[in-house]
Ligand binder design. Structure first.
Ligand SMILES: [Fe+2]
Length: 139
């Protein structure tokens, strides 16, 4: 992420901090149909473990880094792979994304510097076969 993208993300996240966020437990008719969560896997039930991204944070001198990884999800060339990770603010405004090249990337792993942001970040993980999965983290 370049400096311009970071500043944009920081601005977006700062503006929306404190607004209600969608979590895995939040009831919505879209979960399990249009997108999927750990609690609402819909037609992809049983595939939660590899498609719901695992989130962690690391404090650095430049702020908080959000780490996103899909454990054990195949990266089998273009047959089955994680296409990208996307981070969104509490209002689901785009923040940043990481695209994967399955012929090079052996694991879907990304990191996003959030600066000094405090609040909710939504994270999407997009599989070419099993659609879009959502999770969130409170920073
Ligand atoms: Fe998949």
């Amino acid at each position: 992420m370049n400096r311009r993208e970071l500043l944009k993300l920081g601005g977006i996240l700062a503006v929306s901090a404190g607004l209600p966020a969608l979590t895995n437990a939040a009831p919505t008719p879209m979960a399990g149909g249009i997108f999927y969560t750990k609690g609402k896997p819909g037609r992809w039930a049983g595939r939660e473990a590899t498609h719901v991204p695992i989130l962690s944070t690391t404090q650095t001198q430049n702020g908080i880094v959000l780490n996103v990884v899909n454990n054990s999800h195949p990266m089998e060339a273009y047959q089955h792979y994680i296409v990208k990770h996307v981070i969104l603010d509490a209002d689901f405004n785009f923040g940043a994304e990481k695209l994967f090249n399955p012929s090079v990337d052996k694991q879907a792993s990304s990191s996003f510097n959030l600066g000094n942001y405090k609040g909710v970040v939504h994270v999407l993980s997009v599989c070419n076969l099993h659609d879009t999965w959502l999770t969130a983290i409170q920073i």
